[in-house]
Structures are given as C-alpha cells and as structure tokens.
Design a protein around this ligand. Structure first.
Ligand code: MF3
Ligand code: CO
Ligand code: CO
Length: 249
C-alpha cells in the first residue's frame, strides 16, 4: 500500500527533510582528511539531536550508528569506525532524520581533497542521474521513467547502476512502498500520484553493478573493487513536477 500524505504530514516530512539536508551541509564544512568516520558520525549525531530530531539509522534493524559512511568501493551502509578519511577519497554520507515523527532521507558523495578525475566524473554522473530521474516525476508519471532516465545517463559513460538497493517510499516510516529501482523501462511499473513521498538514490558504479555484503552484515562493496558514488533526495510528487524536500534553508 502506498500512502498518500496529507498537507500536514507533508509539512512535517518537509521539515525533517530540510534538517537532514542541513546536516549534510554541515558535514561538508567538517569532513577532512585524517578524520575518522566514527568522529564524523559523532558530529552528525550531535547536529541532529541538538536540532530536536532523532537519527533514524541508530538501532534500525541493529545498525549501530547515526549515519552510513561509505568510502570509495563501499557502495552503501558503511558502518562508521576508526578508519580515517584520506585525501582523494570519495565519501558517501547518508543521513536520515526523524523530526516530529516524520522521516527525511538524503545522501551526498563528498570529494575529499584532491580526487582523481575518474572518481570526480563518477560522482558528477551520479548526481546528474539523480536529478534526471527526479525531472521525470509528475502526477501520472511511472516509476520506470525514473530508472530509464538514470540508466540512459550513466551507461553510455561506461558506468553501471546498482540493482540490489533501491529508493523507496518514505515519510511516516523509514522504508515504505513503493520500491524505486534506478533501472527500468519508460512507462513501466507503478504510476506516481500527488501526495506520494519517495526517495531517488542511485548508486552508480565505475565498473560492474555487482555488489556483495561483508561479514558484518551491512557493508556493501563492489565485487570488482572499483568505485561507487551515490546521491539521494526525498521528494514529493506535486502536479507536473517533484518538489525536492531535502533542500537546505
Ligand atoms: N538511509 C538508507 C536509505 O537511503 C538506509 C540506511 S539503513 C541502515 O534507505 F540501517 F543501514 F542505516
Ligand atoms: Co533512502
Ligand atoms: Co538514505
């Protein structure tokens, strides 16, 4: 069942989403070579909680931290630990806030220091593909339109779209229906309607799309050891466009 949110629910999702986005703005001001991912996670926890919200990942299905921090060939769900961020790394930071009971979910890829051209191009392609996916969204568009737009942008560059993880409905719960694949065919799948709130969060790999999960049960890495990049927005289906809810300000 796909929830259609009321105006007051949308307002709460918008406020939570803005806080999540501001948290990632803050991450951009503190992330630096030498910082451990655990230190960065502590700063994220402090930022979210001091703004009256709860970090949704902390304790979610046993996840032990306030953010997912995934470096280079780690695709998603990296667990913050004593690893230090290095100059030249691409670092995905994914935060989800619960404010007044409602969820906002967003991720960015940070280019730390002097990032090699291939890594920089991958991060740019991931961002562009997310925005192109978002641009397809309207009242009456199809989920398949999103995936088609994303694939059409990145595959001609030699990059691939991860299959094993998808976007999702979000708002009242962390992960709601529908699943939002980042690959697909135009006109296929669920029809979007005004008042739906979903994420689009393409994970784009430099090499093959295959991923594997490490023994910790969370950390997903590329099978070929090549890089991966991701961006995520929470958005509202609103008439002839999407309103991006995870914006700052
Ligand atoms: N924020 C992730 C998403 O975009 C989910 C992380 S769940 C966790 O859906 F348990 F790994 F934190
Ligand atoms: Co998400
Ligand atoms: Co997320």
């Amino acid at each position: 069942m796909i929830y259609i949110k009321s105006a007051s629910e949308i307002d709460k999702i918008r406020r939570s989403s803005r806080l999540a986005s501001r948290t990632l703005d803050y991450v951009g001001t503190v992330i630096a070579p030498g910082m451990t991912t655990m230190k960065l996670d502590q700063l994220i926890n402090r930022y979210i909680t001091s703004n009256g919200a709860v970090p949704a990942t902390l304790g979610y299905k046993g996840f032990p931290a306030s953010s997912c921090i995934s470096i280079n060939d780690t695709v998603v769900h990296g667990i913050p630990d004593q690893r230090a961020i290095k100059d030249g790394d691409i670092v995905k930071v994914d935060v989800t806030t619960i404010l007044d009971g409602y969820f906002g979910d967003t991720c960015r890829t940070y280019k730390v220091g002097n990032v090699p051209p291939n890594a920089s191009a991958l991060a740019d392609a991931a961002y562009e593909s997310m925005m192109l996916g978002i641009a397809t969204v309207s009242n009456g568009s199809f989920l398949g339109d999103i995936g088609f737009a994303i694939q059409s942008h990145v595959e001609p560059k030699g990059f691939s779209v991860v299959r094993d993880f998808v976007g999702h409905g979000v708002g009242k719960e962390f992960h709601e229906s529908p699943s939002v694949p980042h690959f697909g065919r135009k006109g296929a799948g669920v029809k979007l309607k005004n008042g739906m709130t979903i994420t689009i969060e393409p994970m784009i790999n430099e090499g093959g799309w295959q991923v594997k999960t490490l023994a910790d049960g969370w950390t997903a890495v590329t099978v070929d050891g090549k890089l991966s990049a991701q961006f995520e927005h929470t958005l509202l289906v609103d008439g002839d466009a999407a309103e991006i809810l995870t914006v700052s300000g």
